[in-house]
Design a protein. Structure first.
Length: 168
């Protein structure tokens, strides 16, 4: 089935990032993402606020101007609550559980909090873990020539740093 961009009517392209799937418009760079995916990649309370507001709009039958790229129904335009400068206005389809993001809107949402184990790590361990994640992303995307090597030069030092143990 071909999905179309609600703004420029171009065909959406499936994009994957690990187990995360989203549909992107190559012309306007907008994208459609499922709520279940958003709960993994964005702070859960931010997505819950957006979803609850969309449900209230659904009950009042206050649909927005754009069509859902999946089902074609009008989406609900969810404006951020007063005083919330981080959440952009979003278009939500309560029928398909999808959210449409115009360019830069997805990046404006807060990321999920760090896992508890990561919070308990020393700053050096968190830095080593962050560098390892950065390298992994760079290798996946075919870049990384300008990323400095990880501080621990052997694998066992990286393991020790990960668990917050001294690396002497």
């Amino acid at each position: 089935m071909a999905y179309t961009c609600p703004h420029c009517r171009c065909r959406l392209t499936e994009s994957r990032d690990g187990d995360t799937i989203f549909w992107m418009c190559e012309k306007c760079t907008g994208c459609a993402v499922g709520v279940s995916v958003l709960r993994r990649i964005v702070a859960r309370d931010a997505i819950n606020r957006v979803w609850l507001h969309a449900r209230r709009l659904m009950k009042a039958d206050q649909r927005g101007p754009i069509d859902c790229p999946y089902c074609g129904l009008k989406m609900f335009r969810v404006d951020p609550p007063p005083g919330d400068a981080t959440t952009p206005p979003l278009d939500v389809c309560t029928a398909c559980l999808m959210v449409w993001f115009d360019p830069k809107e997805l990046e404006a949402l807060p990321p999920p909090p760090a896992p508890e184990m990561e919070k308990a790590m020393s700053p050096q361990s968190r830095e080593a873990l962050a560098m390892w994640r950065l390298r992994r992303l760079a290798e996946r995307d075919g870049i990384g020539h300008d990323i400095p090597p990880m501080l621990p030069t052997t694998w066992w030092r990286a393991v020790l740093a990960f668990f917050g143990l001294p690396m002497e």
